[in-house]
Design a protein around this ligand. Structure first.
Ligand SMILES: Nc1nc2c(c(=O)[nH]1)N[C@H]1C(S)=C(S)[C@@H](COP(=O)(O)O)O[C@H]1N2
Ligand SMILES: [Mo]
Length: 533
């Protein structure tokens, strides 16, 4: 038989375990109920809102660290971190609440308060998003009551964690009742776990917008009023290793701050155009589809693209001209900024003059002949040729307010990025790839260049610091797309370095001077090193 001391130690460890489990299970019940309430009310999940708020308020070094370490998994890593922190906090609270239940009840309320604050700062225009937080908190408190009753109920009277249950059930102090009390706790715990899992699962399912994916798949979009001619046959050189002229939707780069891709129901989508206008407008999806649709070949580019980087893609967009809509609304003079907001609360400031100068600024509904994919802004996004995405390309757009740059700052402008950001003239070597090993002799060097709104006039390439040689340019449908280029060098066996620079139709040639993407786009010549054998 064990000595009393050992038995006490065993019981102590057991109650720490039971306490931690109590806390984690109560938190799981809270999160599960929150997901269910979010799914049922069509509001944002509390965890996502908290994650969004963390992303918004974390310093840029932390974001860069996350992107460097986790790459495209940075968002998953963040959510995993949020869950781990919650679990740890909940476990500690659970242990403490064995002695003092009030600690657990207050701790859970504090959790809810964090969620409510996150909703207030991140979803100011969606007050309903507080409902899942409240529902979650209530479910968590209820689970905590049940679990604490189960875990404390079976203790012998006089033990530090004795509760009413011990005597209520009439067990003599010190009687061997560990088995049945443990059983009661396990049963309660299993019940809470099943509830949490089921509620969370159903909530996630509802929020995943399964029905919305079907609606999107069933959409038959009207054609453009005057469809563009097919792309010139010579726009795609069809070289191996050279990205195709039209970027397929599934590989189109994706950049946004959304932790989970918003699934906006087209039947519920509304766009408001208001602020400094004579006649505010409100449009739904059907009203948008009934308008004149136009096509535009436009290459989208991210300001974060490094020299030689691939945060750029080209496609044929279908949508409604934004300048027509703004003229209907009657923009006041002095309203130099179009402040657009997405469903998930991201904001973007676009110069009004750019949208009104005749370029194909669109409220786009389709890309490459298909309704916008969810990740690219379904059902409606903005596309403005010539401006980096962060000042022009709002996905899931639901609100457009005419204002002044001096009165309102958009998301990235508040974080040190430029207020106005036209796309810089840029060129990239795609073939051969970096550090490639190719046969000596005639070698094709090819790539891509872009200068939206101006168009590319010439691309020059040089090998090993030798004389610049003008590359052949492929055809383009207009000045707002990238252009493919290629040329041939005859190379001796050994190591070689190529450099490229483009000149746009305004006569500007890319500067060699390297600049980082912050605040308004990278500059410098792309170079690639290879070996010939
Ligand atoms: N709602 C929303 N729209 C957004 C962003 C965002 O974070 N949220 N990012 C912008 C940026 S920085 C870029 S480069 C483009 C990228 O569009 P894509 O993901 O379709 O390529 O979307 C823009 N639109
Ligand atoms: Mo971007």
């Amino acid at each position: 038989m064990k000595s009393t001391g050992e038995a006490d130690k065993g019981r102590g460890a057991r109650s720490v375990g039971a306490g931690a489990a109590t806390g984690v299970l109560a938190a799981a019940a809270a999160l599960g109920a929150g997901e269910l309430a979010a799914g049922l009310t069509g509001t944002a999940s509390p965890v996502i809102v908290v994650g969004d708020a963390l992303v918004d308020n974390s310093p840029s070094w932390a974001k860069e660290f996350a992107i460097a370490v986790f790459g495209i998994y940075d968002k998953i890593a963040l959510l995993a971190g949020v869950y781990a922190a919650i679990a740890l906090f909940a476990a500690v609270l659970g242990v403490l609440s064995l002695r003092r239940p009030v600690v657990g009840y207050t701790g859970l309320a504090a959790f809810a308060a964090v969620g409510a604050v996150a909703v207030a700062v991140r979803r100011a225009d969606e007050p309903m998003a507080v409902v899942p937080v409240v529902v979650g908190a209530l479910a968590g408190e209820a689970a905590l009551v049940l679990l604490l009753r189960a875990v404390r109920g079976g203790r012998p009277a006089g033990s530090p964690v004795a509760g009413v249950g011990g005597t209520r059930r009439g067990r003599p102090a010190g009687a061997p009742q560990g088995v049945s009390s443990r059983r009661r706790f396990l049963l309660t715990g299993a019940g809470v776990l099943v509830f949490a899992g089921a509620a969370g699962g159903i909530g996630r399912y509802l929020a995943s917008g399964a029905g919305i994916a079907e609606k999107r798949a069933a959409l038959r979009l009207p054609p453009a009023a005057d469809p563009l001619p097919p792309l010139p046959a010579g726009s795609d050189l069809g070289l191996r290793g050279l990205p195709p002229f039209t970027t397929p939707n599934p590989v189109f780069y994706r950049i946004d701050t959304a932790l989970s891709v918003p699934r906006v129901d087209p039947d519920r989508w509304r766009l408001r155009i208001h602020g400094m206008v004579d006649r505010p407008l409100e449009l739904d999806y059907d009203a948008l589809l009934r308008r004149r649709l136009v096509e535009s070949d436009t290459t989208l580019t991210c300001v974060s693209n490094q020299v030689g980087g691939d945060l750029v893609g080209n496609t044929r967009w279908l949508g409604v001209r934004l300048d027509d809509l703004l003229r209907e609304a009657g923009v006041h003079s002095g309203a130099d900024q179009i402040l657009s907001t997405s469903q998930d609360g991201w904001t973007c400031g676009t110069p009004t003059e750019a949208v009104l100068d005749g370029r194909d600024a669109l409220l786009a509904i389709a890309m490459d002949g298909e309704p916008l994919p969810f990740a690219h802004g379904f059902p409606v996004r903005m596309v403005v040729p010539g401006l980096y995405g962060f000042v022009s390309a709002t996905k899931w757009v639901t609100d457009i307010r005419l204002t002044r740059f001096s009165d309102a700052r958009a998301y990235w402008a508040r974080r040190g990025w430029a207020v106005r950001a036209p796309i810089k003239t840029m060129s990239r070597i795609d073939v051969p790839g970096p550090l490639a090993e190719v046969d000596a002799g005639p070698t094709t060097v090819a790539g891509t260049a872009w200068a939206q709104r101006r168009g590319i006039e010439a691309v020059e390439v040089r090998a090993d610091g030798g004389p610049w040689r003008e590359a052949d340019l492929a055809e383009v449908p207009g000045i707002d797309t990238w252009v493919q280029w290629s040329t041939e060098f005859d190379l001796e066996p050994g190591r070689h370095a190529f450099e490229v620079r483009a000149t746009d139709n305004s006569g500007y040639t890319q500067t060699e001077e390297r600049a980082e993407p912050v605040p308004d786009g990278a500059t410098g010549w792309h170079s690639v090193q290879i070996t010939t054998v």
